[in-house]
Design a protein around this ligand. Structure first.
Ligand SMILES: [Zn+2]
Length: 423
């Protein structure tokens, strides 16, 4: 296949800016990265002039829910998200079919999935999903993990939540059961991710030895001892700040970084009308449905700052979860650009936030073929105007997206999805 060369471009390789240079790829794989003066391109190459632009690895959203809808993965790719880590969907046959589709189709983001999550009998969210298998106690942990592995789950998601953010408190997985799930997954070579959005559940998740915590408490910030123990234990955190910001919008309805995407023409012009309306007005349902007066987004920002200073790896994840008939303000693809801005607001440098959406999730989830601009990696690439390492919102000024070396037709996407009235 004819090689493509992106020339005279600023390169953020997933970890840092390596300077200006050129990146060549062919047959879906990066073949050469040159900084400084580039050798003349081969006559057969297709050359893209990257003057004034920055080339990044394709973005990885480390917390989404695809819910079986291929269009969600198409929307993700339209905003430069080339890989999504799905944190719960079913049924297993549908999950496997969608993972296969995402692997093979050039116009969808690729995905990995936890499949069905582990939760308590009569607990959240199984109380509303009767078919969801539950875990009655530590003695059932290994069989649960084995069943998910047999279904093709790429990692194990564990619900550590009593549902109190959604209504009356329900039974939750206890410490012995969560620890048994983590141990079973580790024996079987699977990573574990714990949903924890309260102080008690974050502490339980940390004590259990889970690899990743996702979400953050909203009733108080995590303290220094927590951050230090998480760092020493090699844990990583997927904060989902955009979703938490929206979930506390009783504090400032209709405002905030995540809501403001609906008014950013760089984002809004590429959204279907109903999705743009959902960003502006939709309600969050999956993590915090009924925020309490003591819930404040500032606590989540403080926790991120403290975890970051302590050296805990942070992964950008949105919790995008729109379904038909469920207007969710955190949408696939676009939402990650809000998450990046919120990570910067919490104290990460723009380059550190970009690493949280590229090299860091790739390294921590074993996605060794992507997440970096380096020879041999997949040509999952995002070309933007300006310099997102100085202005993080420059990630929204998308010039081109390649997935596995295939350029995504963004204008066709815009013509297909957006109404003429879109900004
Ligand atoms: Zn989620």
């Amino acid at each position: 296949m004819q090689p493509t060369i992106i020339d005279s471009v600023r390169i953020f390789d997933g970890e840092s800016t390596t300077g200006h240079g050129s990146v060549e790829f062919a047959d879906g794989v990066i073949t050469r990265v040159t900084t400084g003066p580039a050798p003349g391109p081969p006559a057969s190459a297709q050359v893209v002039d990257g003057t004034g632009m920055t080339l990044l690895p394709g973005l990885i959203d480390a917390h989404t829910h695809v819910f079986g809808v291929p269009d969600n993965l198409r929307l993700a790719l339209a905003f430069g998200v080339t890989t999504e880590l799905d944190m719960f969907m079913g049924p297993p046959e549908a999950t496997r079919a969608l993972c296969d589709l995402a692997r093979d189709r050039d116009d969808l983001a690729d995905m990995r999935s936890a499949g069905l999550l582990a939760s308590a009998q009569g607990g959240y969210p199984g109380n509303a999903i009767p078919t969801l298998p539950t875990v009655a106690g530590p003695e059932e942990a290994d069989a649960f993990v084995a069943a998910r592995q047999a279904e093709g789950a790429h990692f194990i998601k564990i619900m550590v939540d009593d549902g109190a953010n959604h209504g009356p408190a329900l039974p939750a997985l206890g410490p012995a059961t969560v620890t048994a799930l983590v141990d079973a997954a580790r024996r079987r070579g699977l990573l574990t991710v714990a949903h924890a959005c309260a102080l008690w559940s974050a502490q339980l998740a940390l004590d259990s030895g889970v690899d990743f915590l996702t979400h953050l408490p909203l009733e108080a910030a995590l303290d220094q001892a927590f951050a230090d123990r998480a760092a020493a234990g090699g844990r990583a955190v997927i904060p989902t700040l955009a979703m938490l910001e929206v979930s506390t919008s009783h504090e400032s309805p209709g405002t905030g970084v995540a809501r403001s995407l609906a008014g950013d023409p760089r984002i809004a012009a590429f959204l279907p009308d109903d999705v743009r309306d959902a960003i502006a007005t939709g309600c969050e349902g999956l993590c915090v449905e009924h925020p309490l007066p003591e819930h404040h987004f500032e606590y989540a920002l403080s926790s991120v700052a403290r975890l970051h200073r302590a050296g805990v790896p942070l992964l950008a994840g949105t919790d995008a979860n729109q379904m038909p008939q469920h207007a969710c303000p955190i949408v696939h693809g676009a939402g990650l650009h809000a998450e990046l801005a919120l990570l910067v607001a919490a104290g990460l440098s723009p380059a550190q936030a970009l690493a949280a959406a590229t090299s860091v999730p790739a390294a921590h989830f074993g996605l060794d073929d992507r997440g970096l601009i380096a020879p041999g990696r997949r040509a999952d690439l995002l070309l933007v105007s300006g310099d997102p390492t100085t202005d993080i919102t420059a990630t929204r000024s998308i010039e081109a997206i390649w997935r596995g070396g295939v350029r995504f037709d963004r204008e066709a996407h815009r013509a297909h999805t957006a109404s003429p009235a879109a900004p």
